[in-house]
Design a protein around this ligand. Structure first.
Ligand code: MD3
Ligand code: FE
Length: 204
């Protein structure tokens, strides 16, 4: 376990190769029930380069109307599939938060995909941390402070790594600068999958 900054903890190789393959198989089933969609920027409708789906009781979506969590897939109109047990187990082991996650956002990056610096502010409960799990090609991840334009640090996220953001890091700016194509053989066609486990509502 490595402390990166206040509130940011990194577990390199948290998932073993066999666990990564098992999780990937579960995600193929998630994507069969809830196909990857192309999110669009609010107002402009410009497409993201990252494709997304979700599992859990709530899923994050973005379109011309805005960013939000909703219980139904925007394309199929059906409920998101349940969160695989292995994800609930990872949350229980790493999150240090006494309520289960409600949303798991699944991001798929092809080699040319990026995610610009942003804050995650669409949740109601900022006391809960966000837990990220990476699969497939290595990403160059960048994190700064809670004010745009401040200093940032970069970190490589490899397949199997876990990263937790809590406390003062929960509202930090962060993004993905690039994907290192060919760095992992987990995904037969290459690319990267990132899972973020989140609490959305305040627990009762
Ligand atoms: C720091 N995803 O889904 S994961 C996102 O790799 C997102 O797909 C990136 O940013 C990805 O919103 C980065 C690491 C991450 C996720 C959530 C955070 C870092 C975070 C929330 C608050 C602070
Ligand atoms: Fe984010």
């Amino acid at each position: 376990r490595v402390a990166i900054a206040p509130g940011v903890t990194h577990w390199p190789g948290y998932l073993q190769a066999q666990e990564q393959a098992a999780l990937l198989a579960e995600l193929r089933e998630v994507a069969r029930q809830a196909p990857f969609f192309v999110p669009r920027m609010p107002k402009t409708g410009k497409p993201f380069s990252v494709r997304m789906t979700n599992c859990g009781s709530l899923g994050w979506v973005s379109d011309e109307s805005g960013y939000r969590y909703q219980p139904l897939h925007p394309g199929t109109g059906t409920a998101w599939p349940p969160m695989p047990e292995v994800l609930l187990k990872a949350w229980g082991e790493l999150a240090g938060y006494p309520h289960p996650p409600e949303a798991c956002l699944v991001n798929f990056y092809e080699a040319s995909a990026r995610m610009g610096l942003h804050q995650d502010r669409d949740e109601q409960d900022f006391d809960a941390p966000v837990l990220s799990l990476s699969l497939g090609d290595t990403a160059i991840f960048r994190i700064g402070g809670t004010v745009r334009g401040g200093k940032t640090v970069s970190l490589k996220l490899n397949s199997g790594d876990a990263l937790l953001f809590g406390g003062e890091a929960r509202l930090a700016y962060h993004g993905i600068d690039r994907i290192l194509a060919g760095s992992s053989s987990l995904l037969p066609q290459g690319g990267r999958i990132n899972l973020t486990l989140r609490r959305v509502t305040k627990p009762a």
